[in-house]
Structures are given as structure tokens and as C-alpha cells.
Design a protein around this ligand. Structure first.
Ligand SMILES: NC(=O)c1ccc[n+]([C@@H]2O[C@H](COP(=O)([O-])OP(=O)(O)OC[C@H]3O[C@@H](n4cnc5c(N)ncnc54)[C@H](OP(=O)(O)O)[C@@H]3O)[C@@H](O)[C@H]2O)c1
Length: 335
């Protein structure tokens, strides 16, 4: 099982962002393991199959602790699972689900960027996608999926991750901490047609808006990250003004960001990384594309796993490690 920012966010501000959850609950979205039982209507899987899965228990429409990943046995929707190659360790496969789903929602849903779907032999579109935050889990999956769908990708990351990003298929990568990064990215798009932008990381939506405004092509920014970060909030809240102040900053920065987008006539939409379970994109990814792409080595299980321990007792250490911050890695707990 792998850890995502959402997991520790649920501990810190879950009552605000996922207010429907009925506690006690089991959280966790990313898993890989062996199938031990299949539903009567399931034809794609058999007992003993090795799979990865995106567990959606915290989703409002599910609200079901049996569908949380951080336990020995998890109920997973067949349409949110995919077979993995026999040689792929579960620790590698587990890094993919939520990052992959979120990237796919942003790139392919009709209410998001609505790009051409990925395939084994993509038709080159001649268009270039901007991915802000390419070394995040979401960003890495976005790069790989976009390239597999026939798009060139220009992205941002810290220099220590440039080689990793290139391996995923991006053609150019810029340091998002550089003082001239927005101008540099705009320069890189000269003569190219923008396919749109997918924004990951604090400040990414604003940066993407600046680039999209200055370039030719699609004027749509698909946004994965909230405009403020919750990582400085303690797990046990106590009496503190930190949370109300953060909520105030979240509201004011969201409003000013929306105004900026509207004034520039740029469309933007926040991604819900589990929404593909209810539309055609889920099947495109988990059934049609991923199994063969993993088997052929065309899709990498990235970022690399950083295993923090073996056993459920290490899950909290995993949440804490992810909250402290990772770089080009995914926190994984093995069982
Ligand atoms: N909407 C959804 O459904 C959904 C689903 C999943 C995740 N998310 C959100 O997406 C974001 C990324 O999640 P993740 O799990 O993919 O992240 P992650 O792998 O934990 O992200 C770590 C990476 O973030 C990069 N980073 C840090 N600050 C950045 C910034 N300001 N701009 C660009 N990159 C930055 C770092 O890059 P360097 O080390 O190269 O500096 C680091 O490699 C989070 O905000 C998360 O909440 C949203």
C-alpha cells in the first residue's frame, strides 16, 4: 500500500474536506496484492491474480471502510483495478493508483482537458501539454499518460529530479523555483500549440494561468492541488488559530485565483481523482491501457517506492513521512 497527501490530510482536516465520512473508518487509496475473492458479476479477475487497485472507500458515493486500502483485505471495484506483470513487486505497483487516476481525470475527462486517449501506438497530435509539478506522483503519471496519448510535454521540477522526469518522457523541464521560470516556460512554447495545462503543487494554477495566457492553443488549466498547503497543521489540533487562519487564506486565494482566470478568459477546473470510476476514463485506464502498457514496459511504476516498514503498524509512520515531504519518491508500507 502507498501513502498520498490525501491520507494525512484526512487526519488533519478530514472533518472539513470529507465531512460525510462515518467514523470509525479505514482510510487509504493505493494498494497492490493478490485477489482472494471475486464478486459474482466480475469476469476480468480470478482468485490468485496479482493486481493493483484504487480503493475509493472515502469517496462520498461509497463511504465504506471495507473499501479503504490500509488493511489486510480491501474491497476494490473491479473497474478500478488492473492486473500487473508477474515480475513486478507489489511495492512498485502500489505507487500508481491515485496519482494515475488523478492524472487521467485531468487529462481525459470531457469536463477537464478532454485530450486524445493513450494507446500502444499513439497518433502524434502536434500539441504540447504543460505539466506543472512533474516530479509529484500526479505529475509523473500525467507526463507518462500524455506522452502515451501523443502529446509532447513541457514540465517543471527541482533540478535533482530532471533526469527522472526525462525518463518519463518529458521533452523539456524547468526548475519551478527559478526566478524566471514562467518566462522560460513561455519561451519554450514559442512556435508550439498548447494542449492545455495540468497544475500540481502550491502556486501551480497561477503559474499555469500566466503561461496559458501568453501561449497559443487551449486555454484550460486542470488543477490538482488546493491553493494552500495543510502540511504545517498538527495532527492533534488542540486550541490554535492556525486552522481558521489557513481556511481564511484558502478562501481568499481561491477567490483571487478564480478572478484572475475569469479576467483572462481561461477555463479551470479542480480534479477529483476518483471521478473516473463513474465515467469512460476508468475503463480506458484500468482495462484498456494500463495492463498491456505495464506488461510491455511502456508504462513505468513511478515514482520509486520508499518502503518505510512492513506491517500495518507502520502506516502512521508512512503518513508522517509523506506529510514531512518527499521528492521523486512514493512512501510505501509493505505487508
Ligand atoms: N485533486 C485530487 O484528486 C488529488 C489527488 C492526488 C493528489 N492531489 C494533490 O496533488 C499534489 C501532489 O500530490 P502527489 O501525491 O502527487 O505529491 P507528492 O509526490 O507528495 O509531491 C512531492 C513533490 O512535490 C513537488 N513540489 C513541491 N512543491 C511544489 C510546487 N510548488 N510546485 C511544483 N512541484 C512541487 C516536489 O518536487 P521537487 O522534489 O522536484 O522539488 C516533490 O517531488 C498535492 O497537492 C495533492 O494534494 C490531488
Amino acid at each position: 500500500m502507498a501513502v498520498n497527501p490525501l491520507d494525512w490530510m484526512l487526519q488533519v482536516v478530514g472533518d472539513l474536506i470529507y465531512s460525510w465520512i462515518n467514523y470509525a473508518f479505514v482510510i487509504g487509496t493505493d494498494l497492490a496484492g493478490e485477489v482472494v475473492e471475486v464478486g459474482t458479476a466480475v469476469t476480468r479477475f480470478s482468485v490468485g491474480d496479482r493486481v493493483l487497485g484504487h480503493a475509493v472507500g472515502t469517496d462520498k458515493s461509497r463511504n465504506n471502510p471495507a473499501e479503504g486500502a490500509f488493511q489486510e483485505y480491501t474491497v476494490v471495484l473491479a473497474r478500478m483495478a488492473a492486473p500487473i506483470p508477474g515480475t513486478m513487486p507489489y511495492e512498485d505497483a502500489a505507487v500508481l493508483p491515485l496519482g494515475l487516476s488523478t492524472a487521467a481525470c485531468g487529462l481525459f475527462q470531457k469536463d477537464q482537458l478532454a485530450l486524445q486517449h493513450p494507446s500502444a501506438a499513439p497518433n502524434p497530435t502536434g500539441e504540447t501539454l504543460l505539466v506543472w509539478g512533474g516530479s509529484t506522483s500526479v505529475g509523473g503519471n500525467t507526463i507518462q499518460l500524455a506522452v502515451a496519448a501523443g502529446y509532447e510535454v513541457i514540465t517543471t521540477a527541482s533540478p535533482r529530479n530532471f533526469d527522472y522526469i526525462k525518463k518519463l518522457g518529458a521533452s523539456r523541464v524547468f526548475d519551478y523555483n527559478g526566478e524566471t521560470v514562467v518566462e522560460d516556460v513561455i519561451g519554450a512554447f514559442k512556435g508550439k500549440t498548447l494542449a492545455g495545462a495540468l497544475a500540481v503543487g502550491k502556486g501551480s494554477a497561477e503559474a499555469c494561468s500566466d503561461v496559458v495566457h501568453a501561449c497559443d492553443g487551449s486555454e484550460f488549466v486542470s488543477t490538482a492541488s488546493p491553493s494552500v498547503s495543510f502540511d504545517k497543521l498538527p495532527r492533534r489540533r488542540g486550541l490554535s488559530l492556525r486552522l481558521p487562519l489557513l481556511v481564511l487564506r484558502l478562501v481568499s486565494s481561491s477567490v483571487s485565483s478564480q478572478v484572475r482566470f475569469r479576467m483572462r478568459n481561461i477555463r479551470t477546473k479542480f480534479i477529483f481523482g476518483s471521478s473516473l470510476m463513474d465515467n469512460e476514463v476508468g475503463k480506458v485506464i484500468y482495462e484498456d491501457f494500463l495492463p498491456q502498457a505495464l506488461a510491455d514496459g511502456r508504462y513505468l511504476a513511478a515514482p520509486e517506492p520508499h518502503v518505510v516498514g512492513k506491517g500495518l503498524e507502520h502506516v502512521q509512520a508512512g503518513l508522517d513521512a509523506q506529510k514531512r515531504g518527499v521528492s521523486g519518491q512514493k512512501v510505501v508500507v509493505s505487508l
